[in-house]
Design a protein around this ligand. Structure first.
Ligand code: AMP
Ligand code: MG
Length: 361
């Protein structure tokens, strides 16, 4: 939570510097709203609109929808009247659970992506992730008694992570599990997927001049930003500086139009054991937190795919991730490797704001 708030602060700083004082009175004004309660992070909507009232209507729509989608994708809590991931995990063994069409669609997207980019993210890895989640939660509450999960317990849990045991019936909007120990976890993709849905719904409502930032996931639109400019300036946090306490330092600023930028990092959620950091992204090959990178940032239009890919690339070695990214039209990435080396795709250079040029804002 603390780190997410930091990301927001940085993002807002960037957004403010993107606004500029020379707007004519008739031009749309910049408005913003931040709210808590969804996806364990602060979510910020910043946009240009003709009136506070118009902005508030869109912001109400976005906020309400984020809260709804948060409940739908939540694996840790049950909600009155909602069949969500928790319900599927607890009641879905050999029993179809009726869910909202958005949840069906989200599961189908995730399955399609994990088949296309295998070896890293698996939304059926919940039983393994739960073990790490629990030891991390305990370690954060009581750091002196921090421990590692028992290896055998991890390996037993890993026997129950086959996506083939998730049965989806689109005609009845039901989901069923055919392994009693299978648990779904949408953490790698839920926030980005929700951000994309909300973005598309706001665009369908007639507004396309905004950005949404939801804790490391940013979605920009194609409508004008400050002063009619068609790019939005988005700062990427420097992960090493963040780890040593300098949360405001940026690795770079990207200039984006109708694109998402999503970062996965090992500095976001972790505990320390034996002097080593154990973070929240688990390599399914080793069943341990992956050790390849400090952060990976992905740029692509669809925020759900960007979220999925940032976690995927975070787990995979640089060369394999690069192969994946190069297959996808318009997708770019930046890796900060464990030794501090920064690597990026060729097209990413074109998106970086030239800090040596005079600031156009
Ligand atoms: P992100 O912050 O988007 O990189 O996602 C991290 C979250 O994804 C974790 O908190 C877990 O809920 C989930 N997760 C971690 N490792 C994996 C994995 N290998 N496959 C699927 N989900 C994962
Ligand atoms: Mg992700």
């Amino acid at each position: 939570m603390k780190i997410s708030t930091r990301l927001i602060i940085i993002f807002i700083t960037i957004a403010i510097f993107a606004t500029f004082p020379g707007c004519a009175a008739s031009e749309p004004k910049r408005y913003s709203r931040s709210f808590l309660g969804a996806f364990d992070t602060a979510i910020t909507l910043i946009g240009y609109s003709n009136s506070q009232k118009t902005f508030d209507n869109y912001a109400d729509q976005a906020q309400e929808r984020f809260l709804e989608l948060h409940q739908m994708f939540d694996r840790y809590n049950a909600y009155e009247g909602v069949n969500n991931i928790y319900t599927i995990n607890h009641e879905g063994y050999n029993q179809p659970v009726k869910v909202a069409p958005e949840l069906i669609s989200m599961l189908e997207h995730a399955i399609k992506w994990q088949e296309a980019y295998p070896g890293a993210v698996n939304i059926a890895l919940g039983s393994v992730l739960e073990i790490w989640h629990d030891v991390r939660t305990e370690a954060l509450a009581d750091p002196v008694n921090a421990k590692l999960p028992d290896r055998q317990t991890l390996e037993e849990a890993n026997l129950h992570t086959s996506i083939d045991n998730l049965v989806i019936d689109e005609t009845t909007n039901t989901v069923m599990l055919t392994d009693p120990e299978l648990k779904l976890d949408l953490g790698a993709v839920a926030k980005g997927y929700a951000t994309e849905l909300v973005t598309q719904e706001l665009i369908a409502s007639g507004w396309d001049s905004f950005i949404i930032s939801s804790g490391g996931n940013v979605r920009t639109t194609s409508g004008p930003s400050a002063g009619g400019r068609d790019t939005w300036n988005i700062g990427i946090q420097d992960p090493e500086a963040a780890l040593s306490g300098d949360e405001d330092k940026l690795l770079m600023t990207l200039m984006l139009t109708n694109q998402s930028v999503v970062t996965s990092g090992d500095y976001q959620r972790y505990y320390i054991y034996g002097g080593r950091r154990y973070h929240h992204i688990v390599d399914p090959q080793t069943l341990e937190p992956s050790q390849e990178h400090t952060s990976v940032t992905v740029v692509t239009e669809d925020s759900g795919l960007a979220d999925f890919l940032s976690t995927t690339l975070f787990i995979l070695p640089y060369e394999r991730g690069l192969d994946y990214i190069e297959e996808i039209d318009g997708a770019e990435a930046v890796w900060v490797l464990n030794d501090g080396t920064v690597k990026m795709t060729a097209g990413l250079h074109l998106l970086i704001q030239d800090t040596t040029a005079p600031n156009e804002s």
